[in-house]
Design a protein around this ligand. Structure first.
Ligand SMILES: [Mn+2]
Length: 334
């Protein structure tokens, strides 16, 4: 962050304020970690922060400190709109375009108070008075750590804030494996462990709490997987019928897309998940190395994200979506 931007933030935070903190729709570990980490930091600095999530967060994040205070726009539009309208300041974390909050965008668009963005995705929109945006970072949580340090408040980072930051760094780095994991990332993690952050318990809470149904759903997805070996690509599908059969709940399909990359030689993978209610196929893409799934998702599937992790959607049937995908892959030189 530039000195000028740091001063602007310090000025904004110099008196107690009502502050709305917003993650993207369907928040993941990094979105929840960064918003709750900021929540605890602002609370400690005598502000009145509220995290307003566009929709419900997954169960596997419900243990996070402060998650019980999170307001869910989709469940309580009236009160959430009031909270947003009364805010003196709005932070948006882990996304950079207001359409990522779904219907809540209409409320945000009408607000006249300053917005601050902290985010690590490509091509930020221009809605914030301070935009701390940098694709070099593997997580918004690592940026939040830096943000607090820029404000000269490193000593405010305690076990609670550290737990939130740790969760986002862990989940967005694929447990410290993805290429943007640096020595600095590990040094931050080391500091957090020294503060008492439970570095063995957190992964257990996040990853070892599957239901039997979820594991069976994973089995189904693995069974459905197709490999296009000539193009180093693997993909899988889950239909609404399959999701229903295994009593799927929100979050159950999280992470399944990554399994394609665990096949030797595969560098591009996708999962197509039917959503009968919204009449769309939701798609996640992952890659290893140079193949840019952000561009691929933007160009062909109405989405975007990062170079190695992106999402998209299709309004075609599952069959037509998969055919379109295969046709595209057959033209790729991976
Ligand atoms: Mn993130």
């Amino acid at each position: 962050m530039k000195e000028q931007e740091i001063q602007a933030i310090q000025q904004l935070l110099s008196t107690p304020k009502k502050i709305a903190i917003i993650p993207h729709r369907s928040p993941d570990g990094d979105a929840m970690g960064s918003t709750l980490g900021l929540y605890h930091f602002l609370l400690k600095n005598n502000h009145q922060p509220v995290v307003v999530s566009p929709n419900e967060f997954p169960d596997f994040l419900a243990w996070m400190p402060g998650s019980e205070t999170v307001k869910i726009f989709e469940k309580d539009k009236k009160n959430c709109t009031k909270v947003l309208e009364e805010a003196d300041l709005v932070f948006t974390l882990d996304f950079n375009a207001l359409h990522r909050v779904g219907e809540m965008e209409n409320v945000l668009n009408k607000l006249t108070v300053p917005f601050v963005m902290i985010d690590h995705h490509q091509s930020p929109d221009d809605y914030a008075v301070v935009t701390y945006s940098d694709t070099a970072f593997g997580s918004t949580c690592e940026m939040l750590h830096n943000f607090i340090c820029f404000l000269g408040k490193k000593s405010d980072i305690d076990k609670t804030i550290g737990t939130c930051i740790y969760t986002g760094i862990l989940t967005d780095s694929g447990s410290f494996r993805f290429p943007k994991t640096t020595g600095t990332t590990h040094r931050i993690i080391a500091d957090l462990i020294d503060l008492g952050v439970e570095n063995t318990e957190i992964p257990t809470l996040l990853y070892d709490n599957s239901s039997y149904g979820r594991l069976q759903l994973l089995g189904k997805a693995l069974q459905n997987m197709q490999v296009l070996a000539n193009h180093k690509t693997a993909y899988t599908t889950l239909t609404q019928e399959e999701l229903d059969f295994f009593n799927h709940v929100k979050g159950d399909t999280e992470g399944i897309v990554n399994y394609g990359l665990s096949i030797k030689g595969i560098v591009f993978t996708a999962i197509f998940i039917e959503n009968a209610e919204e009449k769309i196929i939701k798609i996640s893409f992952r890659s290893q190395g140079d193949f840019d799934v952000n561009l691929f998702a933007r160009e062909h599937f109405n989405g975007g994200g990062h170079r190695n992790a992106a999402g998209g959607k299709s309004e075609l049937s599952m069959e037509d979506t998969v055919n379109k995908f295969e046709d595209l892959v057959n033209k790729l030189k991976i």
